[in-house]
Design a protein around this ligand. Structure first.
Ligand SMILES: [Zn+2]
Ligand SMILES: [Zn+2]
Length: 322
């Protein structure tokens, strides 16, 4: 039903899944650039389609509403919420006999801005396992949010501008919604603000925020900007910032020094280590293929009695159902 050729392909319908090179037909799980290419026909959710068009211009799309199965030849395809960013989807493919679940980037549990994931049972699980190491057990979400709010409020009280570095798609909107929900006004870098408008159009309102304007300065607001590694023009008028990175990698010792920020807060839009194991429990697959994660995670799954394998770039495999 599927094979692997530097990416997952559903063989019989020639559907490439999250390929970064152009394909005749490509499923796009979500609109982060490492999951997209300018396909001849893209399969994705309506929100992902809007973000895909924003990044690559208008292109042919076959839209998939969450939870609505559609047939493509003999294969039934269903997009299910992945809890990662707006519109992010898992792909459930069934040939009437067996079911494959591809998670894409995902997170379990609640999010302020994306639809919550609820992975179904499947025979084969292809799973993103970025945080597949026990050191990435994130603290409870409420604690992480409380820490972020404390840092931001203390900065504002000192007359310092909280300058929060977050990926322009996903994390930036999540942080904005968390802050505005706590009564903190937010200004967004223009690159963030443009994507926030797409969130608003898809019924995800982010509260009391506006685009940052050089001529007005930050005032008593938190400012959300892209990570300094993403080449964005610097904002003018922020003289006394408290810099904050929000990322699961904040669990790494010394993260704030490596990221060159005053604070690193472990707010993640990826499943942490415990979530990955919980996902396997929910799906109850006969066979698991891991992508993006450490090889040690595959070993861990095997020790737990699972038939688990690593899908690594550059390898070609013909994969079989169990
Ligand atoms: Zn992603
Ligand atoms: Zn990714």
């Amino acid at each position: 039903m599927f094979h692997y050729d530097r990416g997952l392909k559903l063989t019989s319908i020639d559907l490439a899944v999250d390929f970064r090179r152009r394909q005749p037909r490509g499923f796009i799980s979500h609109a982060h650039t490492d999951h997209m290419a300018k396909h001849e026909l893209a399969f994705c959710t309506p929100a992902t389609a809007a973000l895909y068009h924003y990044r690559f211009g208008e292109r042919p799309v076959r839209k998939m509403e969450f939870g609505v199965a559609q047939k493509w030849n003999e294969i039934e395809l269903t997009a299910l919420p992945a809890g990662h960013v707006l519109g992010s989807a898992m792909l459930l493919a069934s040939d009437g006999n067996e079911r494959l679940l591809y998670t894409g980037d995902f997170k379990l549990g609640p999010s302020a801005t994306s639809e919550q994931a609820s992975p179904p049972k499947a025979d084969v699980l292809v799973m993103e396992s970025t945080f597949g190491d026990p050191k990435y057990r994130l603290p409870p979400r409420e604690e992480v949010i409380a820490e972020l709010l404390r840092i931001v409020t203390e900065a504002l009280d000192r007359g310092s501008t909280p300058l929060i570095q977050a990926y322009v798609l996903g994390k930036a909107q999540e942080v904005t919604k968390i802050l505005t929900s706590a009564g903190i006004r937010v200004l967004q870098h223009p690159l963030v603000h443009r994507i926030s408008q797409i969130y608003e159009k898809h019924n995800c309102s982010l509260g009391n925020y506006a685009e940052y304007r050089d001529d007005e300065g930050p005032g008593q607001c938190a400012v959300v900007v892209p990570p300094m590694t993403q080449k964005a023009q610097r904002l003018r008028g922020i003289n006394n910032p408290t810099t904050i990175a929000v990322t699961g990698w904040a669990m790494d010792p010394g993260a704030k020094f490596r990221l060159r920020v005053d604070h690193a807060v472990p707010l993640s839009d990826h499943a942490d280590y415990d979530d990955l194991l919980a996902c396997v429990e929910l799906v109850q697959p006969h066979i698991i293929y891991c992508t993006h994660g450490p090889e040690s995670f595959v070993g861990r799954l095997q020790k737990l009695g699972h038939n688990a394998h690593l899908l690594s770039a550059g390898r070609q495999l013909r994969l079989k159902f169990a």
